[in-house]
Design a protein around this ligand. Structure first.
Ligand code: IPM
Ligand code: MN
Length: 352
């Protein structure tokens, strides 16, 4: 029987609760499709930091490298200054494990939960491929004359040909694989970021012309992209963009599919350790109340299985999530689902 080793990082706030439900569903899928999942828990996050001062010990990072996949709950603790855990755990893992793709599907399962008028599941089904290792996130920059009236703060966007190219190629491949419209939209800001997005745009057309002539290339400025998300989301198939823009537009994307309660993503290293997570935060005010929606984490589990090659099991999880969403849930929002966190997990596992 095939066995997969999964590192589990519940993290902060409601992270551990939703991960528990994801594991429940993963186990149900493993049972039905005849494979085995072996979990190793890692205690990382705000509580550990406050207790020990440790964020992500090097030794833990080295252990994580040995896993094919990581399931992450959420990072972010109200008692810790913003940035310490996010950069120290989440971003460091994304960077050091070279998870250079942040894959964020935007798919509406039930029109009751879409905030857009007259948009139905057939209108909202696209994927954002967010570059995950470069851009404004790399931390290049600094202060000059800090704390004085002449202070200068620089935060530089890093865009390498190699980094941009591998991201674009992933997105082109995905556009082909999805067999929707065979279309890839580059979302950028070529009218203002005339260096960074010049590189992106040149690489986009060069690679597209040479290696993906069958994929239709489209371009939209990022501000216009947010407008089209609301006006004509059905135009999109695969969108590729840089790290910062991808961060921003995927929160909007999450709302189109019904909110943070259902939005999942994968931090992908196609040849290494990939990490899957619900894209919402740790929602500390809901911690341990049994009200948080675990579907995003469950969908992260679905993406994890798809990544390791258990595509049938992944599809079955998605089908179960759709069924439960459509037939049972009153809402996708915390505390309004009509069921507890654990009951939603049971419903999906039961449907499987
Ligand atoms: C996300 C989050 C992170 C990001 C934060 C927590 C660092 O917003 O995964 O989208 O900006 O990438
Ligand atoms: Mn974000």
């Amino acid at each position: 029987m095939t066995t997969y080793n999964v590192a589990v990082m519940g993290g902060d706030g409601t992270g551990p609760e939703v991960v528990r439900e994801a594991v429940k569903v993963l186990d149900a899928a493993a049972k039905r499709f005849n494979f085995k999942l072996v979990y190793t828990d890692y205690d990382l996050g705000g509580e550990r930091y406050l207790r020990t001062g440790e964020v992500l010990p090097d030794s833990v990072l080295e252990e994580l490298r040995k896993f094919p996949v990581i399931l992450l709950g959420a990072i972010g603790h109200p008692g810790v200054k913003p940035g310490i855990l996010e950069k120290g755990i989440l971003l460091r893992t994304r960077f050091e494990l070279e998870q250079y793709i942040n894959l964020r599907p935007v798919k509406l399962y039930d029109e009751r939960f879409c905030p857009l008028k007259d948009k139905r599941p057939e209108h909202i089904d696209f994927v954002v491929v967010r570059e995950n290792n470069e851009g404004l996130y790399t931390g290049a920059g600094g202060f000059v004359f800090k704390g004085t009236p002449n202070e200068i703060a620089l935060q530089e966007s890093v865009n390498t040909r190699r980094g941009v190219e591998r991201c674009l190629r992933y997105a082109f491949d995905l556009a082909r694989k999805r067999r929707k419209n065979n279309k890839l939209t580059l979302s950028g800001k070529t009218n203002v970021l005339t260096f960074a997005f010049d590189l992106w745009e040149r690489a986009f057309h060069e690679i597209g012309q040479k290696d993906y002539p069958d994929v239709t290339r489209d371009y939209a400025h990022v501000d216009a992209t947010t407008m089209w998300f609301v006006k004509n989301p059905e135009w999109f198939d695969v969108i590729v963009t840089d790290n910062m823009f991808g961060d921003i537009i995927t929160d909007l994307g999450a709302m189109l599919q019904g909110g943070m309660g259902i939005a999942a993503g994968g931090n992908i290293n196609p040849k290494g350790t990939s990490m899957f997570e619900p894209i919402g935060g740790s929602a500390p005010k809901y911690t341990n109340q049994g009200v948080i929606n675990p579907l995003a984490a469950i969908c992260a589990g679905q993406m994890l299985l798809d990544f390791v090659g258990e595509t049938k099991a992944a599809k079955a999880i998605e089908d179960a999530v759709i069924k439960v969403t459509r037939e049972k849930l009153k809402s996708l929002a915390a505390g309004k689902m009509g069921y507890s966190t654990c009951q939603v997990g049971d419903l999906v596992a039961g449907t499987l």
